[in-house]
Design a protein around this ligand. Structure first.
Ligand SMILES: *[C@@H]1O[C@H](CO)[C@@H](O)[C@H](O)[C@H]1NC(C)=O
Ligand SMILES: *[C@@H]1O[C@H](CO)[C@@H](O)[C@H](O)[C@H]1NC(C)=O
Ligand SMILES: *[C@@H]1O[C@H](CO)[C@@H](O)[C@H](O)[C@H]1NC(C)=O
Ligand SMILES: *[C@@H]1O[C@H](CO)[C@@H](O)[C@H](O)[C@H]1NC(C)=O
Length: 442
């Protein structure tokens, strides 16, 4: 009973981050301790009762710590880097307990809020301008709190280093690093990764989105800001690929010079090999310009239909064995798009189909998050997850025990930091402080 209580206290009160700047000092890395001081000067705000520094905050069940021939730094996240992290009390959260749990705000984190994510075409002119200007600001504003990891050679720890990054690029990098092949017994295994091809897919992306949403709220002081989504059902062409919205593509796919994102460059682009992490992270000259070629793929020329989404929502199992790209009768696999919405035929659909439809940066999966279209697409995917959870009256217990590395129900969503357990990300979205508009009934 005591163990159970401890679990409930710990399970949901940590806001993710990504290598807190304060935790990549020689001393922090050597002692494997990430308990930065809060404003009151004490680690994890302990003298103010916000939290305390605790050994291995996450209590992963032993059965999920596999005795594997893995030597990947991300496995059993974040234990390769840190054993001690902050445990935050009550509604406090964040790497130093300086922030609130998602859905709470105020100095004492005692005020509850729920922002509404709207369809981008529902936004007023001003709301749209606000969204684009916040994105531009996030693309150019250095993250105060976080740095990212780059390596020359993943086999050699002495080539690991941490560099500055902007807030938007931090978000992009988190997606990129989750996808790198897993180092297993000295070789690279590309058959699986921490964010895709398994039950973690919906929750992992959900966490990425509310991480970005929160970072933007903190950057701007605008607590009401919510990410928009793009409901692409039944769209003949991409109706938001105009300069008033996400930008029009020309010739080689580069965005019109009048679009908001015409000059954006893609972090971690051009390094499409397994043995390092984003070696060009601090070299803007070698990054690709964002590009997009909606609807010109030789075979994928349409978006999923209303019926595709409806059929996907009808699948009653959240996921099913073998819990990977071959799973049939699996809502997760149909949504992710390795399974058709009929639940029986393996083949490209839904989420994957939309990435391919857009071409360009969106179709290069590891770096696809560099295109803001990724946010709009994934927010819609997340809305479908939320509708599924509600319709099937599902709890987080639908999250299955499985063998995908890093995708166990009680493993930390990788590589977020400090930790969210994969299964906890299947709570209803209101628990994370947001909900979806009713646009185009579903
Ligand atoms: C968290 O916030 C809620 C809602 O405002 C409040 O009722 C509750 O007391 C807070 N919890 C703690 C432990 O502060
Ligand atoms: C790991 O690699 C070694 C040497 O290449 C090999 O002998 C061993 O069987 C491998 N183990 C697994 C589990 O693949
Ligand atoms: C969609 O794009 C195609 C090819 O560019 C064009 O022929 C067609 O008229 C467009 N349809 C709509 C509804 O805009
Ligand atoms: C949903 O689940 C809860 C708890 O498991 C149960 O009490 C409730 O009756 C269910 N509602 C529906 C509509 O199935």
């Amino acid at each position: 009973m005591i163990a159970l209580c401890v679990f409930f206290i710990l399970c949901c009160n940590l806001v993710q981050g990504q290598f807190p700047r304060a935790c990549v000092t020689d001393q922090a890395l050597k002692s494997k301790t990430c308990c930065p001081p809060w404003r009151d000067g004490s680690p994890c705000g302990s003298t103010s009762g916000r939290g305390k520094c605790r050994d291995w905050v996450v209590n992963v069940e032993l059965s999920f710590i596999r005795e594997r021939q893995y030597d990947d730094d991300r496995l059993n996240w974040p234990r390769f880097y840190f054993d001690k992290t902050c445990e935050c009390f009550g509604n406090y959260s964040g790497h130093n307990c300086g922030d609130c749990m998602p859905g709470y705000f105020g100095d004492k984190c005692d005020r509850k809020k729920t922002v509404i994510r709207k369809e981008i075409r529902e936004l007023s002119f001003l709301e749209r301008k606000r969204f684009f200007s916040y994105l531009l600001l996030a693309k150019s504003t250095k993250s105060k709190d976080f740095v990212i990891l780059t390596t020359g050679d993943r086999h050699h720890k002495d080539t690991y280093k941490f560099v500055d990054v902007t807030i938007y690029n931090l978000f992009s990098w988190i997606h990129y690093i989750s996808i790198k092949p897993i180092l297993r017994n000295g070789t690279f295994d590309s058959t699986t990764n921490y964010a895709h091809g398994g039950p973690a897919f919906p929750g992992w992306h959900r966490l990425g989105l509310f991480f970005l949403e929160r970072q933007i709220q903190l950057m701007t002081g605008d607590e009401d800001f919510a990410l928009p989504y793009y409901d692409w059902r039944g769209e003949e062409n991409c109706s938001i690929c105009t300069d008033d919205y996400l930008g029009e593509s020309h010739g080689q796919g580069f965005l019109s010079k009048y679009s908001h994102f015409a000059t954006w460059k893609s972090i971690c682009s051009g390094y499409n090999y397994d043995d390092s992490y984003c070696p060009g992270a601090d070299d803007e000259n070698n990054m690709q310009i964002l590009y997009r070629k909606p609807g010109v793929h030789p075979t994928v020329r349409r978006f999923p239909s209303f019926k595709d989404v409806e059929d996907t929502l009808k699948l009653t199992n959240f996921d099913s064995p073998p819990y990977d790209r071959l799973a049939r009768r699996s809502f997760r696999n149909a949504l992710e798009g390795f399974l058709r919405p009929d639940g029986e035929t393996l083949g490209r659909s839904m989420h994957n189909l939309v990435h391919i439809y857009f071409g360009g940066t969106m179709s290069e999966v590891p770096i696809s998050s560099n295109d803001p279209m990724f946010i709009l697409h994934h927010c819609y995917i997340d809305k479908i997850v939320e509708v599924w959870l509600t319709r099937h009256n599902a709890t987080r217990d639908v999250y299955p025990v499985n063998d995908q590395p890093g995708q166990g129900p009680r493993e930390c969503s990788t590589p977020y930091f400090p930790c969210y357990l994969n299964k906890d990300l299947l709570h209803r979205s209101t628990k994370f402080g947001y909900t979806y508009s009713k646009y185009q009934q579903m």
